[in-house]
Design a protein around this ligand. Structure first.
Ligand code: C2O
Ligand code: CU
Ligand code: CU
Length: 498
């Protein structure tokens, strides 16, 4: 193979390995039409064109539950700086892993802010030039288009480029609802690579209108689930197979493989985020105990719901309470029933501390905002895969930044229908706006998915949403949050108009 035709996938995605001394990734960001031509050629050549180098030797296995959980540092100030830079992070035993981080850690720091207050986040791009320009998206936030961290807008240039994003903490004329959000890179075509290399962290909005008796302080813990693969030197490599979602062969909780977490015999609030590129998890506790789900991506549920199994697709969050009362001396494993072996053992709770519990989960949490009757507008979006190019499509199209796919009017509520007509699951995520589920496959919304902003659609599934275009005018993207699908241009654009 010569350099022209060999690593098609690496040309398209930007690199095979991230040794970082080379310049291999320099041509990462490419115009979308070029990408499409490359993909078309790749498809004609057949799937073997994607088989780049042989799989690297693997890192050693890790004994489950041998390392403590790490809780990322919390930043609470109104002016925050996130510097994207290389850092050597201790993920596996032995050699550290060179990652692309925010402020030197993976996950990045947790940003925690009261609703209704303005926050600025300044992104500084100190990554090597091969990473290219960056953009920072506050996922779940009600941001104006300029502050939304869109894929091709207000980019932080390499060599110390800066962009400041301003979040007002408001929505629909009032305070934004308390919510577990997250931030991540969103650069066109390379979001999957950038997040895989480490560019993600959590963003929590605290809201005095939420019940204050829920577990708080050190009993309110964010858990970020990611999967990654490592080579024999403990280094990451991003090697997606074409536009099929990439899964890693290890699962990390807050960047730690199979951590243990020392807890007391009381209630804990766990804000679980699936920040994986493509992997979904099916969560269950090893003792059969139920989670008390209190929230989703969009804040608290109207009432708590007991669930023994919770599936969580990329970008989804579940806010749960686990009550370890009467469990003193026990070890309880958070399992992933969607996988076997070590991929099933996410983390272990060791109930060793005898504590009093002054927290409670009220029977009523937070009413959903009432969305007005929908306007006459119904839009239908079909998810499919091109027979010709193999690309993922929304209504037969790939993303074109110059095309507007929907023009809803500010203040109105529309019906949006998504139908998955492809042979893969997809996770549809709409920026900026409130979304409530009317039905899934013709069945009324279950209590735990009435309001969200990232929606998993299994093969053949259809969801009907009410979408209110509340506060911001302008253009916003919506896309599949399986990051290799997103980078394959499974994205569309709406423009909210007056
Ligand atoms: Cu989490 Cu458009 O993104
Ligand atoms: Cu988002
Ligand atoms: Cu998808």
């Amino acid at each position: 193979m010569d350099a022209q035709d060999a690593p098609i996938d690496s040309q398209r995605r930007g690199s095979v390995s991230f040794a970082l001394e080379g310049t291999e990734g320099a041509s990462v960001i490419r115009p979308s039409h070029a990408r499409r031509v490359v993909l078309l050629v790749a498809t004609i050549l057949g799937a073997s064109a994607f088989a780049t180098a042989a799989a690297p030797a693997e890192a050693l296995t890790v004994t489950p539950f041998s390392r403590p959980l790490i809780v990322p540092k919390v930043l609470t100030g109104s002016n925050i700086t996130l510097t994207a830079r290389l850092a050597d992070v201790q993920i596996l035993p032995g050699a550290k892993t060179r990652m692309w981080t925010y402020n030197g850690t993976f996950p990045g720091p947790t940003i925690r802010r009261p609703t209704g207050q303005t926050t600025t986040v300044t992104l500084v791009n100190n990554l090597p030039a091969e990473a290219g320009e960056l953009t920072l998206h506050n996922h779940g936030n009600h941001s104006t288009p300029e502050n939304d961290g869109q894929p091709d807008d207000r980019l932080a240039a390499t060599g110390g480029g800066k962009v400041t994003y301003t979040y007002t903490g408001t929505e629909n004329g009032g305070n934004e609802r308390g919510a577990t959000q997250w931030y991540h890179d969103h650069r066109m075509d390379v979001t999957g690579r950038n997040v895989w290399m480490g560019l993600a962290g959590m963003y929590i909005i605290d809201d005095a209108a939420d019940p204050q008796t829920l577990p708080k302080g050190s009993f309110d813990v964010p858990l970020m689930l990611t999967d990654r693969s490592f080579d024999a030197n403990n280094q990451l490599s991003y090697r997606p197979s074409g536009n099929v979602g990439l899964t890693g062969n290890r699962i990390l909780v807050n960047g730690v493989p199979h951590p243990y977490f020392v807890v007391g015999d009381r209630k804990y609030r766990l804000r679980i985020l699936n920040a994986s590129n493509s992997r979904s998890y099916d969560l269950a506790l090893s003792n059969g105990q139920a989670f008390i789900q209190i929230g989703t991506e969009s804040g608290l549920l109207p009432a708590p719901v007991k669930r023994t199994r919770i599936s969580i697709a990329p970008a989804e969050r579940v806010d749960v309470v686990i009550d370890f009362a009467k469990k003193l001396g026990q070890k309880i494993v958070l399992q992933n029933l969607a996988a076997d072996g070590s991929l099933r053992q996410l983390m272990q709770f060791r109930v060793t501390r005898d504590l009093t519990d002054n927290s409670s989960v009220p029977t009523k949490l937070r009413a959903l905002p009432k969305l007005d009757a929908t306007s006459a507008v119904t839009r239908t979006f079909v998810l499919s895969r091109s027979r010709l190019t193999g690309q993922w499509l929304i209504n037969g199209l790939t993303f074109d930044p110059n095309r507007i796919d929907a023009q809803p009017k500010l203040g109105t509520t529309e019906t949006w229908i998504f139908k998955n007509g492809s042979s893969s699951n997809h996770v549809i995520h709409l920026h900026d706006v409130d979304q409530q589920l009317v039905s899934r496959n013709g069945v009324a919304a279950k209590p735990w998915e009435r309001m969200k902003e990232s929606w998993n659609l299994g093969i053949g599934e259809t969801i009907v949403l009410k979408v209110k275009f509340t506060d911001n005018l302008g253009k916003f993207v919506f896309h599949c949050h399986i990051l290799e699908h997103e980078d394959d241009a499974m994205m569309a654009q709406m423009e909210v108009v007056p």
